[in-house]
Design a protein around this ligand. Structure first.
Ligand code: C2G
Length: 133
């Protein structure tokens, strides 16, 4: 039987923390669906656009062996609709989101996986910026 896993993220400046969570999420089932947040959603949340465009971020995620399907996440408020539309059995997120999606436990199982320590897109941007010419 198919067990459908869904996860969401920006996945900007793709790094090992991203692949770790996607690989671990994929192992919880046999079909992994990833909602990639749009540039507009990021701008509305953080007042800045991601470094990589949504088209590039979606292309990178689609190319991964562990990923079966990718779609654009246009709004944080549509999570319930996305879970239903994609027939998700399990929602997986990093534990920086712990507890935040428990309200969807009536739709599917909700699992938070530990984040990979010491790496983030923000930190990579800071390191690159602070490098001497
Ligand atoms: N992540 C991780 N370890 C890191 C960095 C990120 O496990 N060192 C995980 C996050 O916990 C998240 C996923 O990678 O589950 C994507 O992270 P982000 O791109 O930062 O996603 P975010 O901006 O939190 O967007 O609807 C929810 C949003 O779309 C989530």
């Amino acid at each position: 039987m198919q067990k459908r896993i869904i996860t969401f993220g920006t996945f900007d400046v793709f790094h090992v923390g991203h692949i770790n969570i996607l690989e671990r999420a994929a192992k919880l089932g046999n079909y992994l669906i990833v909602g990639v947040s749009t540039d507009a959603l990021n701008y509305s949340k953080k007042q800045r656009y991601p470094v990589y465009s949504e088209a590039d971020r979606m292309k990178i995620i689609s190319s991964l062996k562990c990923v079966d399907q990718v779609f654009a996440e246009h709004s944080l408020d549509l999570k319930r609709e996305y879970l239903i539309e994609h027939k998700a059995d399990v929602l997986v997120m990093g534990d920086d989101w712990a507890g935040k999606f428990d309200c969807f436990k009536d739709v599917c199982e909700v699992v938070y996986l530990p984040r990979t320590p010491s790496i983030s897109t923000t930190e990579i941007i800071e390191v690159v910026k602070s490098r001497p010419e």
